[in-house]
Design a binder for this molecule. Sequence first.
Ligand SMILES: [Zn+2]
Ligand SMILES: [Zn+2]
Length: 281
Amino acid sequence: MESPDFFIHEYNANLFILRESGCSHYEKPFLFLVFGQDRALLLDTGAGKSDLAPLIDRLITQWSDRHQKPKPKLIVAHTHNHGDHKSRDKQFAGRPGIEVVPATVPANEKVFGITADAGQFDLGQRTLDVLAMPGHDDAAIIFYDRRTGILFTGDNIYPGRLYIRDWATYARSTQRLVDFAQSHLVSHLLGNHIEQSATPFLEFPIGSIYQPNEHTLELSRAHLIELNQELIRLKGKPARLALRDLTIYPSTPGTPELRQTQIDTQKKQRATQYAQPPLER
Ligand SMILES: [Zn+2]
Ligand SMILES: [Zn+2]
């Protein structure tokens, strides 16, 4: 009850990692705010409904004060087109100095210059490479930050359940990302959820609002290569497969079985973890 809706981690003076609190929404997604000299990029707007725009505005004002620069224009884009990554788009739409890029394939292609190859997007002395990564979702894209070597991998790869909707497409996308990573320095893979505990092979149940002893957010290029190897080994046959730090999951979170687990887990945790309000549905 006392925790803020967003936790903010300053990775460095030009990159902020935000995480939505489990008390705000069980998906607990991560958001990223990346600053170039001329523009700032907000990746995703989260899962809940609480205020985000004032917080982002405060971080942008703080950045411009610190750097003695005018406030940069804000681009709001999305790792993909799922509800837990775009729930607060309305808070940004139609406001001066802000462009909201809809989470669609045509919009991503146009704004980020994506073709069969990666597009390039310049924030001002900071170029991001942008790759299409369909498979979890048609409009999924991956950003590579040349400045930090970070791959922002969205829901495609993170320490948790990788829900694969279109298996063949996802396998092709993963191979393409491996190829990209062979020719670029990769410091971290930063995805948008943590569903894995720090104990190898152990995941938290879907719906968890409280996750003690979590896995770290960051994965390495080695995880990407391991994932790709397993997909090749499965020869196109969808299968649920637990790896040490993530689980391949040929399903969507909307299936009745998962939905019931999510509700049961949340109800139980809200009743037993501190003074949480009951589940509203
Ligand atoms: Zn998600
Ligand atoms: Zn998703």
